[in-house]
Design a protein around this ligand. Structure first.
Ligand code: SF4
Length: 651
């Protein structure tokens, strides 16, 4: 794994070039002083201020010393000082910025005040002040630079560690009694290391320039020591007689500063790509796998959404991963349909892809994605999103992250009428208040002026429903709309969603892993497993499990408690795990967990077919008595042969 990361970083031309140059500079810093240190420091009265020659390519200085050798030897002092100053500044900054995340809120406030005050001082002025107070010299310059770097590292560490400080794993560590020191070294530092390392690399280049500036101004390295800044300063005194005296140090200062900066940029860009991961691999993987061809028929007028052969693929380390495969379904106008399945079944990705909100890096393909008479398949996400306009409203799962914490709720709701409907500020605000009122948020006019954190969880979710409705959509997609709510609030939110759909005539696709939630709200259920729809069934059949056809749907329905459920026994569970979708799934995805699996199930993928219960089922051995049994024979289209005559014909 780490080999792959290293290779891809060095494959970038900028990464490779900067790594090579930085490597050479570091090598020079190591080998130049022992090789040429004495020669570069020895005065030669016979060679004073010589112009460039084959013997002295950059000429000599006022004491007859070779300027090229001095430039090379000065690498160690210059780069070494920059490395030490950056390391000290980064270490102090990390302590100041990240340590408070494992301490109390009071300590965090104090540290924050110190960092803010420190940052208020201009860097160069601060460095000069330190030099004046401590006196000129190499050590002073390094200390001054480290102190000027500390607050910016502290601010970075503070920002990064604030996320870790609020994480559940750190809270768990605190509960387990892990010491503060160990929390800092084992929980905080490893999780902020990458961006800090990138910043350190870039800062070395800046530090090198700053130290050279101090020496150039005469407050850094003092004779007889010399660095590139000192050499520049001395060279400028004789720039008219020996112009080459400034060439060597100037080139090295620029080359080193730029190389370290580029190396940091390359690292940052590599880490960004690695975090995203997908786009980088997508280019290498070529086109996403094609969708299976399905028969297309005309879309009736009462159908709002017709999806045929929708697949969603993501680039993975070993090829395309398809969490959604060949999904087909229809949604009539005003219909409320639930989508149920375990985590990872592809239900949310499917519905967000319909709304043109597929996750970054996803490749969405479909033979048909017809919405309200408009064909969206193949349009491209931006064009399709523009075509949809406000006709699809979304209710997200987490209302805290779905609402902007920095904006008042009313302002957020008012954006849709202002941006999409050209409403005036007053009209948009009134529309927002009306929308909040319609989801029964008490005192809506006042509540519209509050921020999201001033709402309760249930109220925020209702505000999200109001927001999804305010553009008068024809379809609402609700992604786990009640997962974060307690049961009593959940009921109110579901009732509100149903009422909004009934009042506006909007259709809804409600995603949930909780079949009980969908049973209350929906008319039809799409059951998803391993990225495919395995059953499309009338919700009323959930109360008659014997009429459910797919073994997985039956197992889900069996987990629904009712008044006759024996509460002394645990609810039914499905043994086993869903298949790993990073590898191609051969046969039925449920076969490994299915008690009715046959050899055919393990080699052939069942497709959705019309079923006597009025819906659709993808199963070779439906369990509602409609199937001839596991030893049945099938025709060429895969349908079971129903009588002995047909079977004889096949034989
Ligand atoms: S196709 Fe076979 S393995 Fe899949 S659910 Fe049906 S019986 Fe079970």
């Amino acid at each position: 794994m780490s080999q792959t990361k290293k290779t891809s970083f060095l494959r970038s031309p900028m990464g490779m070039a900067s790594a090579v140059v930085v490597g050479l500079i570091l090598l020079l810093a190591i080998v130049a002083p022992p090789l040429w240190g004495t020669q570069a420091a020895t005065a030669n009265p016979a060679n004073l201020l010589q112009p460039p020659s084959p013997e002295h390519p950059l000429g000599t200085d006022g004491l007859g010393r070779d300027l090229l050798l001095r430039t090379l030897v000065a690498t160690r002092t210059t780069v070494g000082m920059a490395l030490i100053a950056t390391a000290c500044g980064a270490a102090a900054g990390l302590l100041l910025g990240a340590l408070p995340s494992v301490m109390g809120a009071r300590a965090q406030r104090w540290f924050s005040a110190v960092i803010n005050t420190w940052l208020a001082f201009p860097v160069l002025l601060l460095a000069m002040l330190i030099v004046i107070l401590m006196g000129t010299g190499t050590v002073t310059a390094v200390v001054a630079l480290a102190l000027t770097m500390t607050p910016s590292f502290a601010r970075l560490a503070q920002t990064l560690s604030s996320k870790v400080g609020g994480s559940e794993y750190l809270a768990a560590a605190r509960l387990l009694g892990v010491s503060k020191g160990r929390q800092f070294t084992h929980y905080v530092l490893p999780n902020i290391a990458e961006p800090v390392i990138v910043n350190v690399t870039m800062s070395i280049g800046g530090g090198l320039l700053a130290l050279s500036s101090l020496s150039f101004l005469g407050v850094g390295v003092q004779p007889p020591e010399y660095d590139w800044g000192r050499m520049l300063s001395e060279g400028f005194e004789k720039v008219f007689s020996t112009p080459t005296a400034v060439v060597g140090p100037a080139v090295m200062v620029v080359l080193s500063g730029v190389s370290f900066g580029m190396l940091g940029e390359s690292l940052a860009s590599y880490l960004r790509e690695r975090t995203r991961g997908r786009a980088l691999s997508a280019a290498k993987l070529g086109p996403a796998p094609a969708t299976e061809t399905v028969e297309l028929v005309d879309v009736p007028d009462d159908v709002l959404l017709d999806v045929r052969g929708l697949s969603v693929s993501f680039p993975g380390s070993a090829g395309w991963v398809r969490p959604v495969q060949d999904v087909s379904f229809t949604l009539r106008r005003g219909e409320i349909v639930g989508v149920v399945g375990e985590s990872g079944s592809g239900k949310s990705v499917t519905m967000m892809s319909v709304a043109q909100l597929a996750p970054a890096g996803a490749a969405v393909t479909a033979q048909r994605l017809s919405f309200d008479g408009r064909e969206l398949a193949g349009l491209g996400e931006k064009v399709a999103a523009h075509a949809i306009g406000t006709d699809i409203g979304i209710v997200f799962q987490d209302s805290l992250t779905a609402l902007n914490p920095a904006l008042r709720v009313g302002t957020q709701l008012a954006e849709v009428p202002r941006v999409h409907q050209g409403a005036s500020r007053a009209q948009a605000h009134q529309a927002a208040v009306d929308a909040l009122d319609s989801v029964r948020i008490p005192n809506a006019a006042h509540r519209a002026t509050l921020f999201p954190h001033e709402f309760s969880g249930g109220m925020r979710q209702r505000a999200l429903i109001a927001m999804s409705q305010i553009g008068k959509p024809k379809l609402i997609i609700a992604d786990e709309p009640t997962t974060a709510l307690d049961v009593t609030v959940q009921q109110r939110v579901l009732a509100m969603l149903r009422k909004e759909c009934e009042d506006s005539g909007a259709a809804a696709l409600v995603v949930s892993h909780d079949i009980a939630v969908l049973a209350e709200l929906c008319q039809r259920i799409l059951v998803m497993y391993a990225g495919r729809i395995v059953e499309d069934v009338d919700v009323r059949l959930l109360a008659q499990p014997e009429k459910l056809a797919h073994p997985y749907t039956r197992a889900l329905a069996a987990s629904l408690p009712d008044l006759e459920t024996d509460r002394t026994k645990p609810l039914a569970t499905i043994p086993g795990e869903p298949p790993d979708l990073s590898k191609p799934v051969v046969g039925c995805g449920f076969a490994a967990r299915c008690a009715f699996a046959t050899d055919r199930c393990r080699t052939e993928t069942p497709t959705l077919r019309e079923h006597p219960h009025g819906g659709l089922v993808a199963c070779f051995n439906p369990q509602d008595g409609s199937h001839p049994g596991p030893n049945a024979q099938y025709d060429d289209a895969g349908s079971p042969l129903s009588d002995s005559q047909d079977r004889k014909a096949v034989a």
